[in-house]
Design a protein around this ligand. Structure first.
Ligand code: HPA
Length: 278
């Protein structure tokens, strides 16, 4: 599956299918990760298209990721939201899991807001915190798992895209300002992606803290790389669902989902505030 490449024709087929099923012309895309799906309920005048109906889209196999596109209005802006996402560990290729981002781009989306649930590696982080992603460490990319592997289609983006400002400085500043105004505590840091699905060992956590990670998860980085390749502006926010700061931590998926639920109002406040000003 690692060489299941996606072509321009695959992208256009998916985009045309979506365009034919919505009245909206979204310019902002949203990815709602583990436990954060309920934010999609706040999208008004929505059309809902299950991933399984869209040609070429990967279909999620994980509890808590009921996969669908929700297209409608949030904070007065037309948005296209992924309610749930598909992860590399589910067995799809890097290109297949990022096809939805390509389709959004083909539909005219210029700004991508990515959310995820992540483990807190920074010892000052607690479950329920929000973290503005200021940068990422592409650990799986360093071992060769990059969604841009394979022949480059120059009509989608450059062969060697820059990643120095992957998380748009202007959008980061807007998020800080919205958080300040709404009295939402917003932490900041570096997100690292591990392939999963097993959670980190204690030694893994020590290692990723040493190399500069503040939060760890199993998604986001491939999506952001593809969005940047396509010239989209990106804002990323992690919900810290559990802390890995102590010598004896244990993580389970239910805990991740529950923390997501508890922090949804905070995240909703932040994202709707940002959307209103985009
Ligand atoms: N590790 C990896 N991914 C995660 C975690 C974690 O502790 N929590 C939520 N997603």
């Amino acid at each position: 599956m690692s060489d299941d490449f996606v072509t321009r024709a695959d992208i256009d087929r998916a985009a045309q299918f979506i365009a034919a099923r919505t009245r909206h012309q979204p310019r902002v895309g949203l990815i709602l990760g583990s436990g954060l799906n309920s934010l999609a309920d706040e999208i008004a005048n929505a059309e809902v298209i299950p991933f399984r109906d869209i040609p070429g889209f990967p279909v999620s196999t994980v509890e808590g990721h009921s996969g669908a596109l929700v297209i409608g209005e949030l904070s007065g802006k037309a948005v296209i939201a992924m309610r749930g996402r598909v992860h590399y560990y589910e067995g799809y290729s890097m290109q297949r899991i990022t096809l939805p981002i390509r389709a959004m781009r083909a539909l005219g989306v210029a700004t991508l807001i990515v959310t995820n649930a992540a483990g807190g590696v920074n010892v000052n982080f607690h479950a329920g915190d929000l973290m503005l992603i200021t940068d990422h460490i592409n650990l799986v990319g360093m071992t060769g798992l990059n969604p841009l592997r394979g022949a480059n289609d120059d009509s989608l983006g450059p062969r060697f895209p820059d990643m120095t400002h992957a998380y748009d400085p202007g959008l980061c500043e807007l998020a800080r300002q919205v958080a300040r105004d709404a009295h939402i505590e917003l932490r900041e840091g570096v997100y690292i992606m591990l392939a999963g699905p097993s959670f980190e060992s204690s030694a893994d956590v020590k290692f990723i803290r040493l190399i500069g990670a503040d939060a760890v998860g199993m998604s986001t980085v491939p999506e952001v790389i593809v969005a940047r390749h396509g010239g989209m502006r990106v804002l990323g926010v992690s919900l810290i669902s559990n802390s890995l700061a102590h010598a004896h931590f244990e993580v389970n998926h239910q805990e991740v989902l529950a923390a997501g639920q508890a922090a949804v109002p905070k995240l909703a406040g932040l994202l709707t505030g940002v959307l209103a000003q985009i």
